[in-house]
Each structure stands twice: as C-alpha cells, then as structure tokens.
Ligand binder design. Structure first.
Ligand SMILES: [Zn+2]
Length: 297
C-alpha cells in the first residue's frame, strides 16, 4: 500500500472518528495532496457509537447499519480529498454521560501503550515527515479525541525507539508533530463579527454565548493558506451524510466571507527535530525545514 511516493514528502494525520478528518484540517490535506505530498489519514475508531446527527438520515435501517455506512462515507470523503486512509481498528467509546463508565473494550478504555501499537506500526511503515493530531484537550471533550492525542504522542515517540515494539517494524522518527487549532473560539468570533458587519445573520452567536470555559488556546505557529480547497473540504464533510446536515452552525457561513477573513487552517507546532518559527512568528508550510530533504530516506 505504501509505495506511491517512495521518495516524496509524507503527511500523516491521526483522527478519532470518520468525519473528523473532514471537519478539522481537510483543506490542508487536500492542498498538500494536490501538491504531490503523500497524505494518509489514520482513523482510530469506526465511529460505531456515533449518533445520526442528520435528521434526514435518522432512520432505523441507517442506525442499525451505522458502522458500515460510516465506512462508506469515509471512503467517499477520502476520494474527494485525494488522500489515503486507514482505520486503526478500535471501537468508538461513545460520549458517556456524567459519571457513566466507558463501554468495555472501547478505544478510550485501552492502556495508551497498548493502543499505540497499531499506530507505531503504521508510522514505521508509512514513515511520515509530519504528523498532525489534536492537542491534549482533544479539541473537543470526547474521550476518543483525548485518547487520540495520547496515543499519537506515545506512538510518535515509540516509533522512533529501536528498543520498543521491535515486532512493529524498523524505527522511524517523524520530524514534526503538530496540533490542530481548528474550530477555535477566535475563528467563530471572527466569522461572526464579519457576518454581522455585513448584515448577514449568524447562528454562531449562540455557539459563542455558550462557549465553555476552556484553557487559553495554544500559540498559532503555522497558518496554511488553503481557501482554494474549502470547496473540497465542504464536499468531504457533506460526504459524511449521517454526521452533518447542510446548514449546521459551523458550516452556515458564506464562503466568500470565510475566504476573505480566515483563508487558512492553523496549527501549533508541538515537537520538531528541524527547528520552527521564532517565538511569535508564524510559518506557512507544515514542511518548513524539510523541503529538499525528501530524498534523504
Ligand atoms: Zn470525533
């Protein structure tokens, strides 16, 4: 499977559920794929415990067959973005209510060290230069998102260690680890302000009013210009038909306004073996410091 660009740049993004790759960083993936980077999405779970969030799709035959339908949706989104995708085979943890235990055997109930093994094997096989995942809050308080962060950090380290998981392939040190800053409060605020300034009603006001108390956002170190790929991002998101309804608050904004006021997807550089922007500076390429080094391994 991993022979398409043996000498080129490789980008691995690790997500919790099918649809997360389309709602966070999808235009970045589409842009790098179009530029010839080998882009692989690793999806930790099958999204088996997701709800059907689109009323038009909320039918018994859909609910009963959700795992299979979500695989099909993932395949359609993958095709639209022009990337590759692999499931890591864990079971969705669902969103337990307050005080409710995690379902037995689910992804978030696994020991991190054990759950990291399939990703260690994938990193050693695919040999990404850059890895992207969520920050330690998960970006969204779902146990699978927090677990995805933990597992990715563990696998990023373990994959490079020749003494660990020797059965999982030759060691590989990815050069950089990034965290998503997608769907941030400042993004919603900027979109809301721009819409109201132009007299466009915005449902984002409600989201902002209910915004939970969250720790201050990580510094933006990296902005990827990708507005040309917003249409592909939107199409990929809508391919997850059980998970999204056209017109939900985070999609219900005029794209021309978005292209004007926030034409990038943003990241925080969490680890780097090839340097990074000076404090306060912002880089514009996930592969900064790696260009021209494609053929090195
Ligand atoms: Zn998710």
């Amino acid at each position: 499977m991993f022979t398409k660009h043996p000498g080129g740049l490789r980008l691995l993004t690790v997500h919790a559920h099918p649809d997360d790759e389309s709602s966070k960083g999808a235009a970045t993936l589409a842009r790098y794929a179009a530029e010839g980077v080998d882009v692989l999405v690793a999806t930790c779970t099958g999204g088996e415990r997701g709800s059907v969030l689109n009323p038009a799709m909320d039918r018994p035959e859909v609910r009963d067959d959700l795992a299979r339908i979500r695989r099909r949706e993932m395949e359609a989104a993958r095709e639209i973005l022009g990337v590759r995708q692999q499931f890591l085979g864990f079971i969705d943890s669902g969103m337990p209510g307050p005080g409710e235990p995690l379902p037995e055997g689910c992804f978030a109930a696994q020991p991190v060290e054990v759950a990291a093994v399939p990703l260690v094997a994938l990193i050693r096989k695919f040999r990404p230069h850059v890895v992207i995942t969520y920050d330690e809050t998960g970006g969204y308080p779902h146990p699978d998102h927090v677990m995805t962060h933990r597992v990715t950090v563990a696998a990023f380290e373990a994959a490079a260690d020749p003494d660990r998981h020797q059965e999982a392939g030759e060691p590989w040190q990815a050069a950089k680890l990034y965290y998503h800053l997608a769907l941030s409060r400042s993004w919603f605020q900027t979109m809301y302000d721009a819409m109201t300034a132009r007299g466009v009603p915005s449902a984002m006001g409600e989201l902002l009013a209910d915004w939970p108390d969250t720790p201050p956002a990580l510094a933006t170190t990296t902005r990827i210009a990708c507005s040309e790929y917003f249409a592909l991002r939107d199409a990929a998101m809508l391919a997850h038909a059980t998970q999204v309804e056209a017109g939900v608050a985070f999609m219900a904004h005029p794209r021309d306004i978005e292209r004007q006021v926030w034409p990038t997807e943003d990241y925080h550089l969490a680890r780097s073996f090839v340097g990074g922007p000076a404090p306060g500076a912002v880089e514009t390429d996930l592969f900064a410091g790696l260009r021209g080094a494609e053929g090195r391994k």
